[in-house]
Design a protein around this ligand. Structure first.
Ligand code: PLP
Ligand code: COI
Length: 385
């Protein structure tokens, strides 16, 4: 395997082989169990207060792709560092994509994921934009299921809305400095127990309006979930923190007028007549799965729902005049988070110190489905265990 440049340390421990039917062919997943899992007492401590993205489960999923062999060597191995050659393509040209999703434990002990086929479909779209190989949707779902089944003890009890955050990702692992799509690609899934993404809980977050920097432009990679979009958001994010804000809002790059999204979340506005509006997908906004689910859910809850362009003046003036009564952000990590203040160079408006009633209603309806406390009339939940 000449191109293989990403490899974990040799697994130690017991092995078994699971075969999963993917489309018409079989994907064989070799499972090597860790000989050194986190001890139960330490795991209890971690799950009591996991934070976000700090702790990682005992195992990870890996598979590799080459043009001649396609996807191969699918395996669950003990979680371990990767060994990468300094010339590995992703380190230079950022050919990389990722997903974010969660596994939820229900009160009866069963474990579920939320619309995993939507994450799989988005990863296919991201891979097409980033010239990476397509991972079949069934293989994506099977990879996530295999890791969650192996690390089931890492899925927290449902108290305090904890979950196991799952991070599937794919990168150019070929050792080559020429600029072209890589001929060796590695796909992994890692898992991290998660509490609230924002330490403040349901308290509204404050938003800094980035007027100088953009996240993504027309014809760029904004609709793909690729690391570079996040890298470019970090300087404006730092500017937000320096200005006392938690997150950044980005505008379109042509007119610098239309609200797009936050660095890692989509946006929603609630109007005084009960209408709920989210910025229309412009080609440079990430097509959030939470955003899409809220469009359906809010409609079912009796709200008039609109996807349309929202000008930044409409946000400022609407909050000022009371026409916009609530603003919230949404995403897998952040779930539904109220937005309080919008701040820019020279001014600010505030839409409240607390989560508004519509934000609370939508948040509750969504998490009730995710945690199995409400009937899943949409067929969104996927049973893993
Ligand atoms: N927008 C960006 C830039 C994101 O990173 C995310 C998070 O995944 C979202 C929106 C929300 O997407 P989803 O609801 O699928 O998590
Ligand atoms: C997610 O919500 O899953 C994301 O990927 C966003 C990231 C900011 C944690």
């Amino acid at each position: 395997m000449r191109h293989l440049s990403a490899s974990p340390r040799e697994p130690r421990g017991r092995s078994r082989s699971d075969t999963v039917l993917v489309m018409d062919s079989e994907l064989s997943i070799q499972v090597s169990l860790s000989a050194d899992p986190v001890p139960p007492e330490r795991l209890t401590e971690i799950l009591a207060d996991p934070g976000f993205g700090l702790h990682f489960s005992d195992h990870m999923f890996l598979a590799e792709w080459t043009p001649d062999r396609g996807w191969h060597d699918a395996r669950v191995t003990p979680y371990a560092p990767l060994s990468l050659d300094p010339a590995t393509a992703v380190l230079h040209y950022a050919q990389e994509i990722f997903e974010g999703m969660k596994a939820y434990r229900h009160r009866d002990g069963s474990v579920w994921t939320f619309r995993p086929e939507e994450n799989a479909a988005r990863m296919v779209r991201s891979s097409q934009r980033m010239a990476l190989p397509v991972l079949p949707e069934a293989a994506f779902v099977a990879s996530v299921d295999a890791l969650v089944r192996t690390d089931e003890r890492w899925v927290p009890e449902p108290t305090g809305e904890k979950s196991l955050y799952l991070r599937p990702f794919m990168f150019a692992s070929e050792k080559f400095l020429g600029v072209r799509p890589a001929k060796h690609v590695t796909y992994l899934v890692i898992a991290s127990p998660a509490g609230a993404y924002f330490a403040k809980g349901l308290r509204p977050v404050s938003i800094w309006l980035s007027e100088e920097y953009s996240r993504a432009g027309v014809g760029g990679t904004g609709a793909a979930k690729t690391g570079g979009n996040y890298a470019s958001s970090l300087l404006p994010h730092r500017e937000a923190i320096e200005n006392g804000c938690d997150q950044v809002a980005f505008l379109d790059t042509v007119e610098r007028r239309w609200v797009e999204e936050l660095g890692g979340m989509n946006l929603y506005y609630v109007y005084d007549d009960g209408t709920i509006v989210t910025p229309a997908l412009s080609g440079s906004i990430l097509q959030g799965i939470t955003r899409a689910s809220i469009l359906e859910l809010a409609g079912k809850l009796g709200h008039q729902v609109e996807e349309r362009q929202v000008a930044v003046e409409e946000w400022r003036d609407g909050v000022g005049s009371g026409r916009i009564t609530e603003v919230f952000a949404c995403g897998t990590a952040a779930v539904v988070t109220p937005v309080g203040t919008l701040k820019w160079r020279g001014g600010e408006v505030s839409s409240g110190e607390d989560a508004g009633p519509v934000t609370r209603q939508i948040r509750e309806a969504l998490v009730d489905i995710q945690y199995g406390r409400a009937e899943d009339t949409f067929g969104w939940m996927h049973k893993v265990l």
